[in-house]
Write a protein that binds this ligand. Structure first.
Ligand SMILES: Nc1nc2c(ncn2[C@@H]2O[C@H](COP(=O)(O)OP(=O)(O)OP(=O)(O)O)[C@@H](O)[C@H]2O)c(=O)[nH]1
Ligand SMILES: [Mg+2]
Length: 305
């Protein structure tokens, strides 16, 4: 695969091509991963999540610049910024993140559509591509809604939850499961009214938990707290090096099961279409001579012995 030398050099065109390939799950994807896999698993993955409009992209833009000054080489994967903001969100993100791009950060949006697990799959492999291309950390931006943030915290080594005083449902969101996942709970837009109350609420609600999360305050607008936040991340990256491999082992187990189960599902799906027992009991079911559960039990037993 002639993409690899350019990928190794961190050339943007090669990275873009490779991510598109793994995102679309093309046959070439397997070939690329086969070649690069051995050289992956070391870069830190930082998940940045939180409600829409909290300032995640703006914050990442500035933070990436600050992290480069700390001798790290960040890349950013933004999970589907189009799903919740209509009209040029990607363009908006690009504009908001130009500074970091200029400083050498690679930024890419990836789709969050698809079947369960599809986002995780394309994220995992896009992370590998970026790592092979020499980036560390890989920062993932995702909106904290529904399932995505859970997936993010499974993939990330460090998870940051971003709040801002304008999000009326902040505390609601905290209750909705975010308390479990953050290493850092960041209050952004500290230039706005209400940020102190929000900070207090976050501290009271989460700060007392035994995990002892860090709760920084930032304002992207006033450029305050950013370099401290970057230092916090750098420090966490260093600390997590020791525990990363343990986490990695668990993740690889999950991934392997995921892939095998998917393979089996596909194979079984094909088999069912031509399976005699299946068509026999399907007919019975369609005549209502049998209920779906009993029919499924019989078919399953005949397939898996
Ligand atoms: N006043 C103020 N505004 C900010 C700050 N940070 C970001 N914003 C503004 O908040 C809006 C949303 O910022 P984004 O960076 O797009 O937020 P986001 O969380 O990435 O949004 P989504 O990707 O759409 O979920 C933009 O208009 C920013 O200019 C801040 O510190 N203070
Ligand atoms: Mg954004």
């Amino acid at each position: 695969m002639d993409l690899l030398p350019d990928l190794k050099k961190g050339k943007r065109g090669a990275i873009a091509k490779a991510i598109t390939i793994v995102e679309n799950n093309k046959p070439e994807s397997k070939k690329i991963l086969k070649k690069i896999f051995k050289d992956t698993g070391k870069s830190m993955v930082i998940g940045i999540t939180g409600p829409a409009g909290a300032g995640k992209s703006s914050l990442i833009n500035k933070t990436a610049v600050a992290m480069r000054k700390l001798k790290t080489k960040p890349a950013v994967l933004a999970v589907d910024p189009t799903s919740h903001v209509t009209g040029g969100a990607i363009l908006g993100d690009r504009v908001r993140m130009t500074e970091s791009t200029d400083s050498g950060t690679y930024i890419r949006s990836i789709a969050s559509r698809g079947a369960t697990g599809a986002v995780s799959r394309s994220l995992r492999n896009s992370i590998r591509i970026l790592e092979y291309a020499g980036f560390n950390p890989i920062i993932i931006e995702s909106v904290g809604a529904g399932q995505t943030e859970v997936e993010i915290s499974n993939i990330a080594d460090i998870t940051v939850v971003v709040f801002n005083p304008h999000t009326g449902d902040s505390i609601q969101t905290i209750k909705a499961g975010l308390t479990e996942i953050g290493d850092v709970y960041l209050v952004n837009k500290s230039d706005l009214d209400g940020s102190n109350q929000l900070f207090d609420a976050v501290r009271d609600f989460i700060g007392a938990s035994e995990r002892n999360p860090i709760i920084p305050k930032t304002s992207v607008k006033k450029n305050s707290g950013i370099s401290e936040f970057a230092k916090t991340l750098k420090k966490l990256m260093d600390e997590r090096k020791k525990t990363k491999s343990q986490k990695d082992q668990e993740r690889l187990e999950t991934e392997l099961k995921d892939i095998v189960l998917n393979n089996i599902k596909d194979k079984m799906g094909e088999m069912l279409d031509s399976d005699k027992t299946f068509s026999k009991y399907l007919k019975k079911l369609q005549k209502r001579d049998i209920d779906p559960f009993e029919a499924a039990d019989i078919i399953t037993k005949s397939l898996v012995k």
